[in-house]
Design a protein around this ligand. Structure first.
Ligand SMILES: NC(=O)c1ccc[n+]([C@@H]2O[C@H](COP(=O)([O-])OP(=O)(O)OC[C@H]3O[C@@H](n4cnc5c(N)ncnc54)[C@H](OP(=O)(O)O)[C@@H]3O)[C@@H](O)[C@H]2O)c1
Length: 306
């Protein structure tokens, strides 16, 4: 597995993580198969969130991982907090601290390697977040911190009050979700793709050494389904198949290689619970698409160039 530097540190992490958002739909033995498939492919990084399956994903993970042979320190384990589904976003100190205790209990862990704030809370008080982070770090409950779905200004504002450097920002990025790069190629135009909805975060991340974690790498829309082998995307699947044949891999590997070809040191969050799909995705980290192959896929996904 290709390894990348984590944020501004010299620590290395795999270019792919296993996201466990969908683990609540699996039995403990099935979860073990998924975790082992990822680990054997070099994916020793887990991404979770307190809300996945209403906490059930973390419970299943905890039961599965605690019975496996993988040592705790060989797996980087991250979770997220800050969303109270359907009610509010909550970055209060009280909520963050309480949520971490619950995560640790569900996942059967003594500490998290990383804690990520899930989606911006309009009422965020950066000083209060800083207090929570300091307390969690001093107590040995969390090693590193990050955010998710933050724009550049929100990221800078929070960072300005923290004693730790933020390592991650999780953002949606895939062949069917390319807003973060479209506007750059449509610069100075008046068409739809020229609109920057993501405040140039990818460039900020490259300049300031923040690891962007790409979520839902095989989905279109917001969890509407996968575009892989989906009749709704014939051109894209034709192009994926052509390159899959060339590189002797499956389509997941090519879709993953497309994300990782973007030169921003991206870490991709694989959400599959199917060991075959996980293994195939991992193969994508070994493939370096040519420039033309990368653009051919971008165009086959329904985009155009000015
Ligand atoms: N920060 C955020 O706001 C945010 C939001 C969403 C997700 N995330 C993170 O990102 C991770 C990944 O998200 P995701 O699960 O939406 O990503 P994903 O990997 O794009 O999608 C996984 C889904 O696609 C299916 N799939 C993948 N390859 C397939 C294939 N070749 N044929 C048929 N089905 C296929 C999987 O089914 P199988 O299991 O059968 O392969 C699974 O249902 C999550 O687990 C979570 O950690 C973060």
């Amino acid at each position: 597995m290709k390894r990348i530097k984590m944020g501004c540190t010299t620590l290395s992490i795999p270019a792919m993580a296993l996201g466990i958002m969908r683990m609540n739909q699996k039995s403990v033995p099935e979860a073990q198969v998924a975790i082992q498939a990822a680990y054997d492919a070099g994916i020793n990084f887990i991404d979770s969130a307190d809300i996945y399956g209403g906490g059930k994903s973390e419970e299943i993970f905890g039961q599965a991982f605690s019975q496996m042979q993988i040592k705790r320190e060989e797996m980087f384990i991250q979770s997220k907090t800050g969303i109270v589904p359907g009610k509010r976003y909550d970055f209060s100190k009280e909520h963050i601290l309480h949520s971490v205790d619950e995560i640790l209990e569900r996942m059967q862990l003594d500490y998290l390697d990383s804690l990520v704030l899930h989606r911006p809370d309009a009422l965020m008080d950066p000083e209060e977040v800083a207090e929570a982070f300091d307390q969690l770090q001093a107590a040995g409950k969390v090693r590193f911190f990050g955010v998710s779905n933050f724009d550049t200004a929100q990221f800078k504002l929070l960072q300005s009050c923290l004693s730790q450097r933020l390592m991650f920002n999780q953002l949606q990025f895939s062949l069917k979700h390319t807003g973060m790069i479209d506007f750059g190629m449509h610069m100075n135009m008046v068409d739809k793709p020229s609109v920057d909805r993501d405040s140039q975060f990818l460039d900020y991340a490259r300049l300031h050494k923040v690891t962007v974690q790409a979520w839902s790498p095989f989905q279109y829309g917001m969890f509407e389904g996968t575009f892989i082998d989906n009749d709704g995307f014939p051109k894209l699947n034709q192009e994926l198949q052509k390159l899959a044949d060339k590189y002797e891999v499956g389509k997941n590997a090519i879709a993953a290689a497309w994300i990782l070809r973007y030169p921003a040191n991206i870490q991709m969050l694989v959400g599959s619970m199917n060991p075959q799909h996980i293994r195939d995705s991992a193969k994508g980290a070994k493939i370096r698409l040519t420039r033309q192959e990368w653009y051919d896929l971008y165009l086959a996904a329904g985009n155009y160039l000015p």
